[in-house]
Design a protein around this ligand. Structure first.
Ligand SMILES: [Zn+2]
Length: 618
């Protein structure tokens, strides 16, 4: 039965139609209800709000889709935009052509889109769209629907949109689709017409070419009618477990299953900015209940090899430890449920959930789960614009998941985030490094994107430990969550937060590290008697930690703040006069006769040339 269903999916074109999509605009100058926390920009900060109601019938290939959209922009809008992500999976699309032309294509994409048959492609075709009941002009341009409104939406005004569309689920190419490489029937990510975000920078309507997303905060109400053999999970709380079973039911109560071939799944997801679901008839569905009331759901195919099935069991208590770690070190997870689902094509983060391929060693399964779950904080709750600043979610997520893994797996690493430092030197020397202000899709190579976003992004925080101290960095991460969760923080917001907790100016750091390709190289120029002279060789300035070993065998640590910091980190080292960056050298007298000098023994400063960091007096 299960195999037969899979086969049906293999050769069936999954098409869905929407009769009505209602989107209501409500402009208001006040902050939305999701932004009630006090921050310095509370008077000027605003963000959009969207409420979707979707009704989806997979059996008859019919999707119905409704939404209420609240726009808190102070601006009058004459246009709105929707993302139609499935349109990327068509021969000749920008995603296809970009993959064909880039020098290091993603192995999952390569030329696969160019070879899709008509019944394998993805699409969302909008048939009609109305604003307050009157038809509006719209045009589908690749993966973006451009809508010209009949009359501008004024601040404080509500508008309702109705949309008719039909769509087709593509075979799995990247992130979403049907019949993935491990046979998961439906990985439904980026699957619905999604309102584009409008914020202080204006509209964000990048075509879907490769990666990274940005969405509008709101509430989702999704009803799904699907063959009763399918187990469904994803974003949102199931509202009718007794009508579903499949492991969701309260076993002390009676099931109330409807007659017929279908079950009706009703999900609600409050305060999210995306909605993912996945479905497969062969899913095992486990619930791991945490003591604090959070339910961890796991979905993985019963057709997996025994060794993989065991990995998925072993993962469950460790996922709870990850949830606890991130809640304690970033901020309390605000939902009551998180789901780890076999699906997708690697690992990808979604609202209240992740899709991850299941045929993995235990270490890989745990590591990818840690990374994707970390995204719940860095990207989902702290919803920075991934397209513009992928280093803020990939980098910060990598940073915090490395700390979590070190603790949970008892790895005992002194610097769990040391890994990226070695790839940093490699990338700098390759000459193909690109600046972090590059849009995620606009890096010349996938490698340069990956390095900038993951490695240099995680080093942003690791290196902050060196500049402002580990305790301040940890405190800053928590304050960042307190001030900016359920919002769209920007690079300046993480900078300002770290400045507030440390009392140290960091504008120079944000600029040098994320807006230039300047590199750090400090060296010890000379030691004469007790006088030590340091030199700045690289263009990027930094505060300098120096460990001095005296001829009597004792050691002393010195800290030289960078003048632009207007302060120094908490340290047991002797704090010396600060160093104005323009001066190429800096001399100071050590207390006793010097045997050797070492710059930054923590190795947290990304010095591109270690050779001149240690000096032995002959
Ligand atoms: Zn990631």
């Amino acid at each position: 039965m299960k195999k037969a269903l899979s086969l049906v999916l293999l050769c069936t074109t999954l098409t869905f139609y929407a009769q009505t999509e209602e989107v209501t605009y409500n402009l208001s100058k006040t902050t939305s209800k999701t932004t009630s926390k006090t921050t310095s920009n509370i008077d000027t900060y605003w963000q959009q709000h969207v409420d979707y109601t979707m009704d989806i019938d997979m059996d008859v290939n019919n999707y119905q889709y409704k939404g209420k959209y609240t726009n808190n922009s102070p601006d009058e809008l004459s246009k709105v935009f929707y993302h139609l992500y499935f349109n990327a999976f068509q021969p000749g699309s920008q995603m296809d052509v970009r993959s064909l032309n880039i020098t290091d294509p993603d192995g999952r994409v390569r030329d696969r889109i160019s070879k899709l048959e008509p019944n394998e492609i993805g699409y969302i075709k909008v048939n009609t769209l109305q604003q307050n009941g009157a038809a509006v002009t719209f045009e589908t341009v690749g993966t973006i629907l451009e809508v010209t409104l009949n009359k501008p939406v004024k601040s404080g005004e509500s508008v309702t949109f109705n949309m008719d569309f039909d769509a087709q689920v593509p075979v799995q190419i990247r992130r979403s689709g049907r019949n993935g490489s491990e046979g998961v029937a439906l990985s439904m990510a980026q699957w619905y017409p999604k309102m584009a975000e409008y914020d202080f920078e204006g509209w964000h309507t990048p075509p879907y070419v490769a990666r990274e997303f940005h969405g509008v905060w709101g509430d989702f109400d999704v009803t799904l009618h699907i063959d009763k053999s399918f187990v469904v999970g994803g974003t949102g709380y199931l509202q009718n477990p007794q009508e579903i079973g499949h492991g969701y039911e309260d076993k002390s109560k009676e099931l109330n299953l409807p007659k017929g071939d279908k079950l009706t799944w009703h999900f609600k997801a409050p305060r999210v900015h995306d909605f993912m679901w996945a479905a497969d008839p062969a899913y095992i569905h486990d619930i791991f209940k945490m003591e604090n009331g959070i339910d961890l759901h796991f979905y993985y195919k019963n057709t997996l090899d025994k060794k993989y099935l065991q990995n998925w069991k072993d993962l469950q208590p460790k996922t709870a430890e990850l949830m606890t770690y991130f809640s304690e070190h970033v901020g309390q997870y605000p939902y009551k449920q998180y789901s780890v689902m076999q699906g997708g094509d690697g690992g990808m983060e979604y609202a209240m959930s992740t899709l991850i391929t299941g045929q993995r060693s235990y270490g890989s399964l745990f590591g990818v789960t840690a990374h994707e779950m970390a995204h719940t904080w860095f990207q989902f709750l702290l919803a920075s614009n991934e397209s513009l600043h992928p280093w803020m979610d990939e980098g910060f997520g990598s940073y915090i998941s490395a700390l979590a893994e070190n603790e949970i797996l008892k790895e005992g690493k002194v610097n769990p985030n040391a890994g990226p430092y070695s790839s940093y030197n490699f990338m700098v020397n390759s000459g193909s490094e690109e600046v972090l202000t590059t849009h995620a899709d606009r890096y010349n190579t996938n490698r340069a994107y990956g390095f900038a976003s993951y490695s240099k992004g995680s080093m942003f925080l690791a290196q902050l430990e060196y500049i402002i101290g580990a305790e301040n960095t940890a405190k800053g991460i928590k304050k960042y969550f307190t001030d900016f969760s359920f919002k769209h923080p920007t690079p300046n917001d993480i900078k300002r937060t770290m400045e507030k907790v440390s009392g140290i100016d960091l504008g120079w750091y944000l600029n040098e590290w994320t807006q230039t390709l300047h590199t750090i190289d400090y060296g010890i120029k000379s030691v004469e008697g007790n006088e030590i002279t340091l030199e700045r060789i690289g263009q990027m300035p930094m505060p300098i930690d120096v460990e001095v070993t005296y001829t009597d065998g004792t050691k002393q640590n010195y800290n030289i703040p960078l003048e632009m910091m207007r302060g120094s980190k908490p340290t047991k080292a002797s704090i010396l006069k600060d160093w104005g960056w323009a001066y190429p050298t800096y001399s100071f007298n050590a207390a006793k006769k010097v045997r050797s000098v070492a710059i930054d023994t923590s190795k947290l400063m990304a010095d591109v040339n270690d050779d001149n960091n240690v000096f032995e007096v002959k």
